[in-house]
Write a protein that binds this ligand. Sequence first.
Ligand SMILES: NCc1[nH]cc(CCC(=O)O)c1CC(=O)O
Length: 309
Amino acid sequence: MSENTIRIATRKSPLAMWQAEFVKAELERIHPGLVVELLPMSTKGDVILDTPLAKVGGKGLFVKELEVAMLEGRADIAVHSMKDVPVDFPEGLGLQVICEREDPRDAFVSNTYKSLSELPQGAVVGTSSLRRQCQIRAARPDLVIKDLRGNVGTRLAKLDSGDYDAIILAAAGLIRLKLEQRIAGFISSEESLPANGQGAVGIECRTDDERVKALLAPLEHLETRYRVLAERAMNTRLEGGCQVPIGAYAEIEGDVMTLRGLVGNPDGSQIITGQVTGNKTQAIELGQALADDLLSRGAKPILDAVYAK
Ligand SMILES: NCc1[nH]cc(CCC(=O)O)c1CC(=O)O
């Protein structure tokens, strides 16, 4: 491989392509003369579009093919939404860089209403995320939650065709795709605790590739790394994949990190929340401590019941 080239394995969805193009532009800006090529690929997660993700199961549906490409030397790096990155990496690969986070909140998207509280009794809300469903149903048990799959554009088209009164999407995806005008209102983290890693982009590469690691290093955003590390540590200790009703969200002020967590069941009838505070350099320990706290207060049977389905 030319010393002068980096190849990015990426999914073909518009959001994945945006993220890959973003990393390409950053690398080319920081390293003049570097050639960055994109290798767009289909993943299992892209193919299984008609089955609710929660039912498809299996971790890493969207990343496996990209990882194989790196291990076989067809690509050097993969760019991921941190929300979709499994906890464990295959032997020989690792998460090298976490880039600065975009808005981590969930967004309320509707052509008629401005917020969840404005929705009339029995309105239909689209989401396939058990985490979103749980928190929405807890606040509004009267709402009807209807499955919503596909990439961001597909989901917006389904809203526009009248299948839903509102849908919930990650604000970050809409902002990146220049669809921010579709956001009727931002949902606060108090109303809907985001998923671990939501809004952050991570870069994976071969752990022994010192050339690529050095080129990637300037893209690292340390504050985002601490936050995402804490959120992922909580999720890992709870053994949560991405398709479980778990929320985890860390904020930092000065050196002090506050991490909030939530475990619930899909219908929102049970929700356990918790919060820990400590030095940001203790991010992983904070995440583990919060997970243990949630487990000691009843998270385990809730999660076991979800996994059993
Ligand atoms: N689950 C799919 C997914 N993975 C990352 C994002 C949004 C962007 C991000 O969180 O970085 C989305 C779409 C969504 O949840 O609306």
